[in-house]
Design a protein around this ligand. Sequence first.
Ligand code: M6R
Length: 364
Amino acid sequence: SKGNHRHFMAKEIYEQPEVVGRTIAHYVDFSRCAVRLPELPFSFRDVSRLSISACGTAYYAGLVARYWFERLARLPVEIDVASEFRYREVPLDPGQVALFVSQSGETADTLASLRYAKDQGQHTLAVVNVPTSTMARDSAVVAPTLAGPEIGVASTKAFTCQLSVLLALAIGAGRQRGTLTEADERRLVEVLAAVPSLMTEALRSEGEIETVSREIAKAKDVLYLGRGTSYPLALEGALKLKEISYIHAEGYAAGELKHGPIALIDEAMPVIVIAPHDAVFEKTVSNMQEVAARGGRILLITDRRGAAEAAMDTMSTLVMPDCDPVVAPLVFAVPAQLLAYHTAVFMGKDVDQPRNLAKSVTVE
Ligand code: M6R
């Protein structure tokens, strides 16, 4: 049931502090301040490359994870959408690890990629939400997300649970590879523990988001920008908006702006900038200034520190709680989801059952 909510999507957005908390608790031993990995038939110490494949929102979770595995575990990651990975004839050295991310565990292209990887002698590791799914059965190792059933066609809570699992895996990999110390792990576990309450705080911006969604609803095109882990989040924000409101939206790496999309900037196309106060914040701010200088209207999604430092004239600024940059994707997913949701609801669209889309894509 939808409980007190009008749509499953709203219910699932609001469930996130709880299901993310539950998922984190599954992968973290709080008494030891250490991550708890599923039993692995390999050590990340012996791995020289991780290949990730997935589709849609699950692919964007994988894109975020690339930054985490590379930064925290110094493990090179290659990632592709499963529909390309399966036909690319990727050369894979036996004994490496192939990771798959899927809510349903039934997505045809992801499943075919998993089988291809297996044939190529890869250790297979699947992050799945449906424990009885084909992928859960076919993968050597399963790392479950504990999001519970996701009904809304637009994936929300599965995404943030996927991020939680992937971050725990990256921390665990970092420990096995010796790139993270015990003290680093302890600190990161504390950061993880704070995520559910940060998400609850992020949900409090709903009223403001509803107001700005009226502006977004007027647009024919919307551009989302982000750098670092906010880049995949920009892609995810754009996907959410186009799926349920049918407004054309694109996500771009903020640094790519001047390589083309800047030509599109005018007052009719809102530019949504996702910019937590992290190591690349100032770079993103300078891209934002380029947008403003060309008459673009900006919706800035940042945190308290970012809002204080950016000092820019925006159409609107949404202020998330300050958090460690490593978990910003989990917190900043919330406003991106709410914005898509309210825009679509305001436009009278069927957010739970958008046209032409199915919850799980079992044909290629
Ligand atoms: O079940 P999966 O996670 O494998 O599904 C992958 C995509 O089909 C899915 O994320 C899709 O993009 C959603 N509609 C996104 O909201």
